[in-house]
Write a protein that binds this ligand. Structure first.
Ligand code: GAL
Length: 644
């Protein structure tokens, strides 16, 4: 179940066989190679040097390793860019993003699509049937470094084509976007501008469509690669390595042709670049926040339709965050077991050996540049021994609670936050964390997917409620909690004619008459029987006959509901949200635990895992007959226990 990312082109060839043998000794099965090596595969246009890659795959295969081969399209080489400079992406200020790092391409450039087809076909033909090749990864981290969206001439042309297909006539487009406002009406598709570079804010409907278009381009680009690989590499899997909390494209759509999803977990880096408050980033600086890896595991299990890998995993400090601490002793092991507890099939560490040169020389690997094992490498070796002792892990079962997510919701919140800190993934993460503090497992579910069997369904916010999403919610048999701004927009980014929550009024008779954002420090009190807290960031004014479970300090209703459906008209503080969730879980007949801030539980089949991110030992409240498979009843600081 372990893998590693390896770059044979970075090391002298005589090391390869020794490295491969050492991988086997450490307990590694999968080795991912190739994703940035285009300049070595094709050093000049049409001049191919496959020999080194042939030998590398043979050497790894001879050691009994299974190769995950990547297409090298994240790094078009310099000669290619010099020949076709139109491949380069353009930023929102019209500046071309140049050669010299990676991901310098636009998915709308016809030259780029042709060159992609060429290199992927050559690789797939050459290695598709190689016995050591177990599967493929397309490209590397789509969208990384803000590369989902580009604003060049090819992008504009492709966008106009996309609009033509979507709207048929300019009149329909003008109507959908509300272009009569500020005389923005387009006389034809060829006069539609990019939604950037204007004097002030461009039309939000245009921006939402640009995001939909860019997401669709990404999905088409991935599909193009997958189809070529499938043609030449029968029986091998195809995956892609996604990123934590990344919202710039619809991951469900991009992952659709893949066998499973993968994601790259850098828990400390992700914490550093998160929007958690400074106090939280300090508290978790050397362990990460317990829910940061967990949320993304659950998310990518959904994106992968039940199957996911960790394609890259942090083994020590990274190099790319504002601060890059060393993980506390034991934490690489802790994170590793957390991956498996949430259902990962394979965990692949990034990278085998720290590179002493170039951009990532300060990034740890399982080995130091002198070839000795790093501290993180020692912990990985421990995980390998424990995995071997534990034997095969049981399959995941459906969690009792679902959180409904939607990438369009993230785009709408970003395009029109109406309060600087109204960030979609902040809200979803807060709701996830509240449930996890109460000890329940959570499945992430794509909006519109069937919700059968969930006892509680949390919808943190869903501004545009599609017909499919409404149907799934209508047919759900569990309790539902809707969060603020649900049903507040139509597909065309308009306020619904019946006022928010629009189509959700079919389930909950209420109207939102006013909304306001709350700047940091500005709060509105909320009270209920035995609980008190406050609205932060966002608050709404409801009009409804529904009974209230919570009210604002001014007497207006904050949480309303009738039977199974509930609506929360605010972004609340964490403590109050936990109380709201605890009540609903209780009503739904689910047992509630009160876990400490640094402790989390997760079930995988008959196994229960406990993870202690804190500095104090924790006593697991399991039955006397629990059979411990890892650790014991007392879970030490930064420790893991697992019982049957
Ligand atoms: C990932 C990327 C890797 C490497 C790594 C460093 O985002 O896929 O190539 O850059 O980060 O943490």
């Amino acid at each position: 179940m372990l893998g590693v990312c390896y770059y044979p082109e970075h090391w002298p060839e005589p090391w390869w066989a020794e490295d491969a043998a050492a991988m086997r000794d450490l307990g590694i099965t999968y080795v991912r190679i190739g994703e940035f090596a285009w300049s070595r595969m094709e050093p000049a246009s049409g001049t191919y040097e496959w020999g080194w890659l042939d030998r590398a795959i043979d050497v790894l295969g001879a050691a009994g390793l299974k190769v995950v081969l990547c297409t090298p399209t994240a790094t078009p080489p310099q000669w290619l860019i010099d020949t076709y400079p139109g491949i380069l992406p353009v930023d929102r200020n019209g500046r071309t993003r140049g050669f010299g790092s990676r991901r310098h391409y636009s998915t709308s450039s016809p030259d780029w699509l042709r060159e992609t087809r060429r290199i992927v076909t050559l690789m797939a033909e050459r290695y598709g049937a190689h016995p050591a090749v177990a599967g493929w990864q397309t490209d590397n981290e789509f969208g990384c470094h803000d590369t989902t969206v580009s604003y060049g001439p090819h992008d504009l042309a492709a966008f106009r084509d996309w609009l033509r297909r979507r709207y048929q006539t300019p009149e329909a487009l003008n109507e959908a976007w509300g272009n009569v406002f500020w005389s923005m009406e387009a006389s034809g598709f060829d006069s539609v501008p990019l939604p950037v570079g204007a004097v002030t804010e461009t039309n939000p409907a245009a921006r939402l469509d640009y995001q939909r278009f860019a997401s669709a381009q990404m999905a088409a680009y991935n599909r193009l690669q997958v189809e070529i690989i499938r043609r030449h590499s029968p029986g091998r899997f195809v995956t892609h390595n996604f990123m934590a909390f990344f919202q710039a494209f619809d991951h469900f759509a991009v992952a659709e042709p893949l066998d499973f999803a993968s994601w790259d977990s850098y828990p400390l880096g992700a914490l550093e670049v998160s929007s958690l408050p400074e106090t939280e980033r300090l508290r978790w600086a050397e362990t990460s926040h317990p829910d940061i890896p967990a949320f993304n595991h659950d998310l990518y299990r959904a994106v992968g339709r039940g199957r996911f890998w960790l394609m890259e995993h942090q083994p020590g400090p990274v190099n790319w965050a504002p601060w890059n601490p060393v993980p506390a002793a034991g934490v690489v092991r802790l994170w590793s077991w957390q991956c498996f507890a949430h259902g990962a099939e394979v965990l692949s560490y990034f990278r085998w050996r720290q590179a002493p040169f170039a951009q990532e020389q300060m990034h740890a690997g399982l080995h130091l540049p002198d070839r000795s094992r790093s501290p993180g490498g020692e912990e990985a070796a421990q995980v390998a021994r424990e995995l071997a002792a534990l034997g095969p892990l049981p399959p995941m079962t459906q969690a009792p609670v679902a959180i409904v997510i939607d990438y369009e919701a993230a785009w709408i919140a970003q395009i029109q936050p109406q309060g600087r800190d109204f960030r979609y993934f902040d809200l979803v993460f807060q709701w996830y964390g509240a449930l996890r503090r109460l000890g329940v497992d959570v499945d992430i579910v794509q909006s519109g997917a069937v919700l059968d069997g969930y006892r509680l369904i949390a919808v943190p916010t869903l501004p545009y409620v599609s017909d499919a999403a409404l149907a799934a919610l209508r047919e759900a048999d569990g309790f539902i909690l809707f969060g603020p701004r649900t049903g507040s927009k139509t597909r065309d980014f308009e306020i619904p004619s019946s006022l928010p929550p629009g189509p959700v009024q079919e389930l909950l008779p209420l109207r939102i008459r006013q909304v306001g954002s709350l700047r940091p420090g500005l709060t509105h009190a909320i009270i209920g029987e035995g609980v008190a807290g406050e609205a932060v960031r966002w608050r709404e004014w409801l009009e409804t006959e529904l009974p209230a479970g919570l009210t604002f300090g001014d007497g207006t209703k904050a949480l309303v509901g009738d039977g199974r459906q509930h609506y929360l008209a605010a972004w609340t503080d964490d403590g109050l949200l936990i109380e709201v969730m605890a009540r609903l879980l209780g009503q739904a007949g689910l047992p509630v635990m009160r876990l400490p801030e640094g402790v989390r539980l997760q079930r995988r089949g008959r196994l229960t895992f406990a993870f202690n991110f804190s500095g104090e030992a924790w006593e697991a409240p399991c039955v006397e007959t629990a059979h411990f498979r890892i650790g014991g009843r007392t879970v030490p600081p930064r420790g893991v226990s697992c019982w049957d």
